[in-house]
Design a binder for this molecule. Structure first.
Ligand code: ADP
Ligand code: MG
Ligand code: MG
Length: 913
């Protein structure tokens, strides 16, 4: 806050105390209301109480800082002056809303109360002043309903199915014989108000408050209090929003969308945010108030489809406002508006949430339209790197989909709100989805609901896809799925969802809970049964080569974006790949080398030889056994070197403990195995069992593995080194450049890397002598135990490169086993003991410190030491950005994460400038 004594920020009539820059204090909503006011967009007057006051309120038992009362009173007077109406006036009463709004939007997580200021007197005045008694009483009943829920907490108890106010409203509509709320007469509504008040009195023991200023203060308290409600806290944890931010509170003069048929309320996007196509679009409802659109009570109409005909002047105003806002913010806007008697008032604007598809298209289009530069297009808030993932995900196999159609399995259509293709079992409640997901995360679920609400967040997360019967492209379900990157269809009106019977019906087709259903989030089509999926358009161009680049606009935009990415990033991106096919994919995605080739998978394919080696009584037999693996290993490295065409290939020497190849479990699962092995090797079954028992380890993660294997069994290292060098020589002879990097795992002592390096060098020299060629290669080490990071200066005397194995480094730094942390990590997350899962994103404060030490130590010995990371973290955007800052040369990740890592690297490089 600029001035700590300023507790209230006014906006209205072209003047505002705040601006977009003050988002941290005023929240996104407040800051943008101020900004819109400044740039001449029509906004009802109001004021914002900053987030600092919310924090004060939370820390001081719901009290307010000194001076707030007076400043609020003064600001209210200003609002009254601008709007020409007075609070509680008996001729022209001012009504206000009290709206929450945090620094980052948290859709529907916190509270808002509309129509504050009504009582038995002002409602009469409002009726007379507007000449519309029905409107006045409808506003009053809405006010009691919202205030009752949010402030007085009059809600359905655990034993009730229905909200008490909704129950009375439904009964009233039934009695009056009408379908919609808006068809109730002034008299009906007046009765309803009395019934609502009686309900409040009965449930709270208190009269509904009549004094407007008391109503305002109670609503302010509820808005600040809602920062700490459960669902808001869960949301913050999921999206990494600090609990310490607090929400602002906006008190704003009401404008009315429910004054008649020349009034409306709506939400809109300045471009489509599902696929990114240009053009204003959104939802509106005639003669309705704001919350009606998002609540999914009536299915709204589409702005782009019918507003132009129904309200041509309104449509024009909206288009102009949309352009003004896009030009000003240089970004697609998501707006909330109300039309009062043909005039558009803006109630909110914010940068629109969008799918990965839309993000890429919009960013590239905005550059081409000259609104932003390529650097801006890459900003992390425009394209969160993780969202690129969506472009590479599966879609329905067109043939299978056509088949489903001919089979008559097309059930219905809705609005395509979240692109993607999802098949799964029907689930009707979020709680059930969450429960099933916790039992078995593999079974795909589709959450089918009439509409979703903020309580459903966790269940939505657990489901593969979301399908709703009501609500439009801006409903809660649509908004949240877009953000989660989930496949989603909303407003499939033909669906009849019966929660009690557990059925989903369309016409005479009845589906039950658990039945399979498929949703196409690109088209809005819903199918019964499962539909097979296939690769996305971009994968088809890049990997399958079934689509020509020139035939795919989506690909061309992706390619344009990635060209900019590579222009700005300085961090290299390699891939973790064991097989040539994986390497081919990774190169298509832009990988510049292999950062980790694990060699053990090949051992698993040749269990016979490795088991013989394990059971060998003497070094000679062992050597013989291990050397039988040489040709297989060599062939594989040959394939990799050929594929990589001179790009570096880091090959890790054998890492896992030997019991992965022979253990009690193997002997139990294959009763004949011990006998067969004994016969092959000419030893007794007892000996086989005894040797197997010896291999058992209590803590295999900390056991006889990594370089400890190669040190005890040097012939393994020698064989692998020979396979690598012979493969390299052979491929080089084909005229293809090779760049082998031999990586020694789990080193803690310099003596360990010395030991292994000697073996590798001796073997290499032998191969070079035999073949009369030489190959330039490097020997390096993984840094994956704390001691290696601490003594990195010594280790770098031998190691020619480092690669941080952050999976093991996290395990050994935190003393937390990835195989066993499942028992408590959930509890840790929910109680904010850790801000995120350290195996998904680098624990920068701990593991990150070790990395920094390792980098500094290593480069103190070898200033040009090449350093990378090859754990799972290499594809996590936050971790990639950390690696950039830590001065690493490259990250290495799985092929499909390569584009994400490239973008994250560019984003951090740009943030650095
Ligand atoms: P949320 O953050 O959940 O979207 P808002 O504070 O934006 O909550 O309020 C929800 C809706 O209520 C708005 O989109 C708008 O339509 C309506 N609303 C809020 N304040 C006013 C107002 N002063 N006049 C008219 N409608 C309002
Ligand atoms: Mg809003
Ligand atoms: Mg490791």
């Amino acid at each position: 806050m600029a001035d700590p004594t300023q507790l209230v920020y006014f906006f209205g009539d072209g003047r505002a105390d705040g601006s977009t820059e003050m988002k941290n204090s005023l929240g996104g909503k407040g800051a943008n209301l101020a900004e819109m006011t400044r740039i001449g967009v029509q906004v009802p007057a109001g004021f914002t109480i900053p987030t600092e006051v919310c924090n004060y309120f939370s820390d001081n038992d719901g009290t307010y800082p000194e001076g707030l009362k007076e400043q609020v009173a003064a600001a209210l007077e200003q609002v009254e002056d601008v709007m020409g109406a007075r609070l509680g006036s008996e001729t022209n009463p001012l009504l206000v809303s009290c709206r929450s709004g945090a620094r980052e939007s948290m859709p529907g997580m916190m509270d808002t109360v509309l129509n504050i200021g009504l009582n038995e007197h002002s409602v009469q005045a409002l009726a007379e002043h507007s000449g519309n008694a029905q409107f006045a009483w409808d506003s009053y009943r809405r006010f009691i309903q919202m205030f009752g829920d949010v402030v007085l907490e009059v809600r359905a108890g655990d034993d009730e199915h229905e909200d008490p106010f909704e129950r009375l409203l439904e009964a009233k509509k039934k009695a009056a014989g009408v379908k919609y709320d808006s068809d109730l007469s002034a008299e009906d509504l007046q009765e309803l108000v009395s019934e609502f008040k009686a309900e409040v009195k009965q449930r709270t023991g208190q009269d509904f408050p009549d004094e407007p200023i008391d109503q305002i203060w109670a609503a302010i308290g509820a808005v600040f209090g809602s920062w700490n409600n459960d669902r808001a806290a869960v949301y913050r944890r999921d999206y990494g929003i600090p609990h310490s931010w607090g929400t602002a509170c906006n008190v704003q003069a009401m404008v009315y969308g429910n004054l008649g048929d020349d009034c409306a309320t709506g939400v809109g996007l300045t471009r489509d945010c599902s696929m990114g196509a240009p053009g204003f679009n959104g939802d509106y409802l005639i003669n309705a108030q704001g919350e009606d659109v998002v609540a999914g009570i009536r299915t709204p109409k589409r702005i782009e489809a019918s507003l132009k005909d129904e309200m041509p002047e309104v449509y024009e105003q909206l288009e102009t406002i949309g352009k003004t806002l896009e030009n000003h913010y240089q970004e697609v806007q998501d707006i909330e508006f109300t039309v009062q008697k043909g005039r558009v008032w803006l109630l909110q604007t914010r940068n629109a949430k969008r799918t990965g598809f839309a993000a890429v298209r919009i960013a590239v289009d905005l550059v081409h339209e000259g609104l932003i530069t390529p650097e801006q297009a890459l900003e992390k808030r425009r394209i969160p790197a993780d969202d690129l993932n969506q472009l590479l995900q599966m879609v329905f196999d067109p043939e299978k989909k056509a088949l489903a159609e001919t089979e008559g399995r097309l059930l219905t259509k809705g609005i395509n709100a979240g692109p993607g293709a999802a098949s799964g079992h029907i689930c009707l409640t979020a709680a059930e989805a969450e429960r099933l997901h916790n039992i078995d995360a593999e079974t795909p679920l589709i959450l089918v609901r009439r509409e979703t609400s903020p309580e459903d967040l966790r269940g939505m997360r657990a489901a593969q896809g979301i399908l709703t019967a009501f609500g439009g492209a801006s409903s809660h379900a649509a908004l949240v799925s877009r953000q989660m990157g989930k496949t989603c269809i909303v407003g499939a009106n033909e669906l009849n969802v019966d929660y009690i019977a557990g059925t989903v019906t369309v016409g005479d087709i009845v589906l039950n809970v658990g039945d399979p259903i498929s949703i196409d989030g690109f088209t809005g089509e819903v199918f019964t049964g499962m539909v097979d999926t296939t690769e996305s358009e971009i994968v088809n161009v890049l990997i399958k080569k079934t689509v020509e680049p020139g035939d795919s606009e989506a690909y061309q935009r992706y390619a344009q974006l990635m060209e900019w990415v590579d222009q700005f990033r300085t961090l290299g991106v390699r891939t973790n790949a064991d097989l040539p096919e994986q390497a081919v994919q990774a190169i298509a995605f832009g990988a510049e080398g292999i950062g980790l080739c694990r060699t053990e998978h090949m051992f698993l394919e040749h269990l016979e030889e490795i088991r013989e080696m394990i059971l060998a009584r003497d070094p000679e037999t062992r050597l013989e056994a291990i050397n039988r693996l040489l040709p297989f290993q060599q062939e594989e490295f040959t394939g990799l070197f050929r594929t990589m065409q001179g790009r570096p290939v880091t090959i890790r020497l054998l890492d896992p403990p030997l019991h992965e190849f022979l253990s009690e479990r193997h002997l139990q699962e294959q009763p004949e195995l011990a006998g067969t092995l004994a016969a092959q090797l000419g030893i007794s079954i007892e000996e086989v069992r005894a040797r197997t028992a010896e291999l058992h380890e209590e803590n295999p993660m900390l056991g006889h593995r990594g370089c400890r294997l190669g040190i005890v069994y040097p012939e393994i290292t020698a064989m692998q080194a020979r396979a690598i060098m012979q493969a390299a020589v052979a491929v080089q002879a084909e005229g293809i450049e090779v760049q082998p990097e031999v990586m020694v795992p789990l080193v803690a002592f310099q003596t360990e890397i010395d030991n292994q390096a000697d073996i590798v060098r001796e073997t290499a020299d032998a191969v070079f002598a035999e073949t009369g060629t030489t190959i330039a290669y490097q020997i390096g080490t993984m840094i994956e135990v704390p001691r290696a990071a601490l003594r990195s200066d010594e280790i770098a005397e031998t190691a020619e490169f480092f690669s941080f194995g952050t999976n093991d480094l996290t395990q050994t730094c935190l003393g937390m086993s990835r195989d066993d942390y499942g028992g408590f990590i959930g509890h840790y997350r929910e109680n904010d003991i850790v801000p995120f899962d350290p195996f998904q994103s680098i624990d920068q404060g701990g593991v990150g410190r070790l990395i920094e030490l390792g980098v500094a130590g290593g480069r103190s010995t070898r200033s040009d030491l090449k350093i990378g990371i090859c754990g799972e973290h290499g594809g996590d955007p936050a971790s990639v950005m950390f690696c950039h800052r830590a001065g690493l040369n490259y990250v290495s990740c799985s092929p499909y994460r390569v584009p994400i890592a490239r973008l994250a690297a560019a984003q951090e490089a740009l943030a650095d400038q």
